[in-house]
Design a protein around this ligand. Structure first.
Ligand code: ADP
Ligand code: GLC
Length: 486
């Protein structure tokens, strides 16, 4: 199958969150399964700098008349085949360094509707033959940034050629790309699209809704989240539409890219280790404690979190529970950036107890690896979590996840209840009640298990063995592509 994957970010060139990890790994997994995949990306500075061998393919125009150029090159990954990559060159829209969505003051760019409409528009143009040498049989669009692609495909003139279908994947329903109604006139869609049965959302233009309404198939990144978003509590006003399309909505769990996240061969760790030779983890913990300025205490359970600091991630629970964590002899390390008040609150806690609390504000890919490698527990207390990758990295690196049992967290972590431990399936700690008390009970469970080293090692081995391979996920996507084509 010829598939065009469309996303705003991609690991290792540009990443603000889990979307990039998935956008980077899926094409490789699909190629390994024999599919012909190309990716399409906006020409942000990091993308233009990172895609190799870029050459012009064709000039085209945005619906509002702005000129743009389609380039073609490839993303090279050691040990894997190159991924053929299209990049949209439109400097007026994309030549802005840093975060692809927001300015230096963390405000969304005022022309985001244009910046991401062009991404969907270019995808549809490629499907219609903009590159004379290659056209996809199917377009796979990720998140609201790419969500106009299904709408443009639905309204394109297909005279003389078969219509190209689309799959739209929701990575997070909380980010919808909603814009004022006047922006609609710039999008180049027929008036009939701006209505309830279309992309209109309470009088506004919703890119997310365009994807949900016009794509042939929908998917999201875990089976539990696929169910949750069909409820009024978690549907952000789109649950009705999602319920009406539930027969086309698939929950496909994200996977872990073994080439990037593998403690046995991770050059960023102080020592390699795996489930049969876990000894290196002790060296990783000591190196991490030293690097972060924490007391180098092998027996102090080290809890870490690597996260965007936003409301979604449940961080107030951690602040509330920090005294109890320290009182029980634990250490805490955070890596993240986001809301100013959260950054400040965590910074203050680190200043108060530098031996046992470390807070790194910023974005640091190597440190993220070292945190999973050197820690005992990975915290993911999210209010909601479509899939979540850090708990999967925690599992893989033997840092037992402690999670709120929602979305993909519920699908990937098995609590250490007596019965599940006896069955040999426990991999971490979960709580149902999103409250300080709920979180702290799970934390006490982690301390209790830590006090029983043989049991801890057994649960850790189960966690590290948990399969999360991209082959399985890619096979599910291929099945959905076939349905979309059928
Ligand atoms: P989300 O996509 O909602 O942010 P995920 O758990 O799916 O959550 O993915 C987050 C990804 O971003 C992971 O790869 C995680 O390691 C990474 N990450 C988040 N914050 C940071 C940071 N401050 N520094 C380095 N990596 C980070
Ligand atoms: C989103 C979600 C996260 C998911 C990631 C990749 O950012 O918040 O839960 O893991 O996308 O699918």
């Amino acid at each position: 199958m010829r598939i065009l994957q469309v996303s705003a970010e991609i690991f290792p060139l540009l990443k603000t969150g889990g979307l990039a990890d998935i956008a980077g790994a899926l094409p490789l997994a699909l190629a390994a399964a024999g599919q012909e995949v190309r990716v399409l990306l906006p020409g942000f500075p990091a993308i233009l700098a990172g895609v190799k061998g870029l050459e012009p393919v064709a000039d085209f125009q945005a619906p509002w008349g702005e000129p743009a150029r389609l380039l073609k090159g490839h993303i090279a990954t050691a040990g894997a085949p190159d991924v053929p990559t299209y990049v949209i060159e439109a400097p007026g829209l994309y030549n802005r360094p840093g975060n692809p969505y927001e300015d230096a003051n963390r405000q969304p760019y005022a022309d985001n509707h244009r910046r991401f409409a062009l991404l969907g528009w270019a995808a549809a143009r490629i499907a219609q033959g903009l590159d004379p040498e290659w056209a996809p049989e199917l377009v796979h669009a990720h998140d609201w940034h790419a969500a106009l692609a299904p709408a443009y495909l639905a309204f394109a003139d297909w005279t003389g050629q078969p219509r190209v279908p689309s799959l739209y994947t929701i990575h997070n329903l909380a980010y919808q790309g909603v814009f004022p109604p006047w922006t609609f006139t710039e999008l180049g869609l027929p008036h009939t699209a701006f209505q309830l049965n279309g992309l209109e959302y309470h009088g506004q233009v919703s890119f997310m809704k365009a994807g949900l309404f016009y794509a042939d198939r929908l998917s999201t990144v875990s089976p539990t989240y696929a169910g949750e978003i069909q409820t009024p509590e978690q549907g952000f006003g789109l649950d009705g539409l999602l319920r009406s399309r539930s027969y086309t909505l698939h929950g496909i769990l994200n996977a872990v890219d073994d080439a990037v996240w593998n403690p046995a061969a991770d050059p960023l760790l102080a020592a390699p280790y795996d489930v049969r030779r876990p000894g290196g983890k002790t060296a990783c913990k000591a190196a991490l404690q030293q690097k972060l300025g924490l007391a180098v205490a092998p027996d102090a359970p080290l809890f870490v979190i690597v996260s965007r600091l936003t409301e979604q991630k449940g961080l107030p629970l951690l602040l509330e529970g920090l005294d109890a964590l320290l009182a029980q002899g634990g250490q805490f390390a955070l890596l993240g950036s986001g809301d100013g008040w959260l950054e400040d609150a965590f910074r203050r806690r680190a200043a108060d107890a530098p031996d046992s609390v470390s807070v790194t504000i910023g974005y640091d890919e190597p440190l993220a690896h070292q945190l999973f490698g050197g820690s005992d527990v990975t915290l993911v207390p999210s209010l909601f979590e479509p899939c979540g990758l850090t708990q999967m990295y925690g599992l893989r690196y033997g840092s037992l996840p402690l999670v709120h049992r929602v979305g993909g967290l519920a699908d990937t972590v098995v609590d250490t209840t007596l019965e599940d431990m006896a069955a040999g399936i426990s991999t971490g700690f979960t709580f149902d009640d999103f409250s300080g008390e709920g979180y702290q009970r799970a934390m006490r469970r982690a301390f209790a298990l830590y006090a029983r080293p043989a049991d801890w090692r057994r649960v850790r081995a189960t966690a590290m063995r948990r399969p999360a391979d991209w082959g399985t996920a890619a096979a599910k996507y291929i099945e959905v592509y076939k349905w979309a084509l059928g």
